[in-house]
Ligand binder design. Structure first.
Ligand code: GRF
Length: 194
């Protein structure tokens, strides 16, 4: 039971790296086939190179969103991708693109959705005074951070926490949550490894 995974990034790529490692050391049965970035020279691309994973930069200074999605779609089909993991991918995919990949696109968001959608959710959590936050993996639909929630992890916010410390605590949970969600999906939907 395994997926052919594409990971979409825009930056640091720590979730991406955890997924790559989990596939390589058989914590997951799936394989990361390609990493796609809409930003050049980001840390995540260097990391994917270090792991010997093919990557493709479709730079958003050169390509329009429409061109990006056409190229991305072609690559995903060519590589027979059956799971697309957004991991710090800072671009909203269009409704028409998302419709082509129903229940095939996952995203990880650093809040307990539906609370704190969009940018800077850790800052919003601190400012709002909530005592708990966390992270969510959800299917991607046409609404930003609005798709069906698959799983969540909770983080307690201490009185001393600020945006930085909370982000760090949440990120540690993200790394485990993303792998667990993919493993559960492998058990539920994945094809046998070919
Ligand atoms: C993570 O906090 C993720 O939830 C959010 O962007 C951040 C990406 O971090 N969508 P990284 O690139 O995986 O290190």
């Amino acid at each position: 039971m395994a997926f052919k995974i594409a990971i979409l990034i825009s930056g640091r790529g720590s979730n991406m790296e955890k997924i790559i490692k989990a596939c390589k050391n058989n914590k997951l049965k799936s394989t990361v086939i390609i990493v796609v970035s809409n930003k050049t020279k980001v840390e995540g691309i260097a990391k994917s190179n270090a792991h010997g994973i093919e990557n493709l930069v479709i730079d958003d200074l050169t390509y329009t969103k429409k061109e990006f999605e056409i190229l991305l779609n072609k690559v995903l089909i060519k590589k027979k991708i059956d799971l697309i993991c957004l991991a710090g991918f800072m671009r909203v995919l269009s409704k028409s693109f998302v419709k082509k990949w129903p229940k095939k696109i996952l995203n990880i968001h650093p809040s307990l959705l539906p609370a704190f959608k969009g940018l800077n959710p850790q800052k919003m959590a601190i400012e709002s005074g909530v005592k708990f936050s966390g992270c969510t993996v959800h299917f991607v639909n046409e609404k930003v951070d609005g798709g069906e929630i698959i799983d969540q992890e909770i983080v307690k916010i201490d009185i001393k926490d600020n945006e930085k410390t909370l982000s760090k605590k949440i990120l540690m949970k993200e790394h485990k949550l993303y792998i667990n969600v993919i493993r559960n999906l492998e058990n539920k939907y994945g094809k046998s490894k070919q």
